[in-house]
Design a binder for this molecule. Structure first.
Ligand SMILES: Nc1nc2c(c(=O)[nH]1)N[C@H]1C(S)=C(S)[C@@H](COP(=O)(O)O)O[C@H]1N2
Ligand SMILES: [Mo]
Length: 254
């Protein structure tokens, strides 16, 4: 009898725990929806998990918590390249002419759409930071990046209150998007310099994104176009980047 009660208790406790967890997930989804905490890849293969991770991150951590910055002594002597410079399209010609004809298009939900030359971007007060790039393929490097905060460019463009994402288009296929907390983040940089030199072509010349708080694949190289949007549905399969299509998260916080 004693045994039975114990087992019964176990069974009911187990059921209660399962029901509790189910309830929690439903509650979390409801809260996430209410506060706009659903990531674009919610509709992808790992949808519910992605929403829980992203919503938890956004609820528990300050939007402006900073990634660690290092000293010059920490800079890695060798720096792997992931994604060589585009060999097709207009990129090789722009590279050959030292990017004098290159322009960064900034458009979408902005008051002043812009076409910025490299010298326009270089005339803005620069910021330098030494941060770590963590690649999903298992290597990390520390480098010094110089450029302008993305927030400076967004302020120049005059971002609409309807803005929810910033989409980044490079000269290759590796397009990306960030939500506004990461777009406005003080360490999110449009970098044209690396380790005190002009950004080498294989590392993303003339301009790359550096997102210090997310995995390397968010830091788009070879930038051509930035668009501010209220939805990413119309791009690719509507999941915010290519990554969720191949099993990686859109939100890659570290
Ligand atoms: N346009 C573009 N950006 C990209 C990539 C790419 O293939 N194309 N690879 C990403 C990945 S997976 C990583 S880890 C970093 C690597 O930067 P690096 O090549 O300067 O080391 O760039 C990211 N940005
Ligand atoms: Mo990567």
């Amino acid at each position: 009898m004693g045994d039975l009660i114990t087992r019964r208790k176990l069974v009911t406790t187990g059921l209660a725990t399962a029901a509790g967890a189910g309830g929690l997930i439903t509650a979390a989804a409801r809260i996430a929806d209410r506060y706009g905490l659903i990531p674009p890849d919610h509709f992808g293969i790992y949808g519910v998990g992605e929403t829980l991770t992203y919503a938890t991150q956004r609820l528990l951590t300050s939007h402006h918590s900073l990634a660690r910055e290092f000293t010059r002594r920490d800079i890695s002597p060798v720096f792997p390249v992931n994604g060589p410079p585009p060999e097709r399209g207009s990129y090789p010609r722009l590279l050959a002419r030292g990017f004098v004809d290159w322009r960064l298009t900034v458009d979408g939900l902005v008051a002043n759409p812009m076409e910025l030359a490299l010298e326009d971007i270089r005339s803005i007060p620069p910021r330098t930071q030494i941060t770590q790039n963590t690649c999903e393929e298992g290597w990390t490097v520390i480098a010094e990046w110089t450029g302008v905060p993305l927030s400076t460019i967004l302020n120049l463009a005059g971002v609409s209150t309807r803005a929810r994402y910033v989409v980044f288009f490079p000269f290759d296929e590796a397009w990306q998007s960030l939500d506004m907390p990461d777009a406005w983040h003080p360490q999110t940089l449009l970098a044209y310099g690396m380790n005190g030199q002009d950004l080498p072509a294989p590392h993303g010349a003339p301009l790359r994104l550096r997102v210090a708080r997310q995995l390397g694949y968010k830091s788009v190289k070879y930038l051509s176009h930035i668009r501010v949007v209220d939805s990413v549905k119309e791009f690719g399969r509507g999941l915010g980047s290519n990554d969720p299509e191949v099993g990686y998260s859109w939100y890659a916080g570290i």
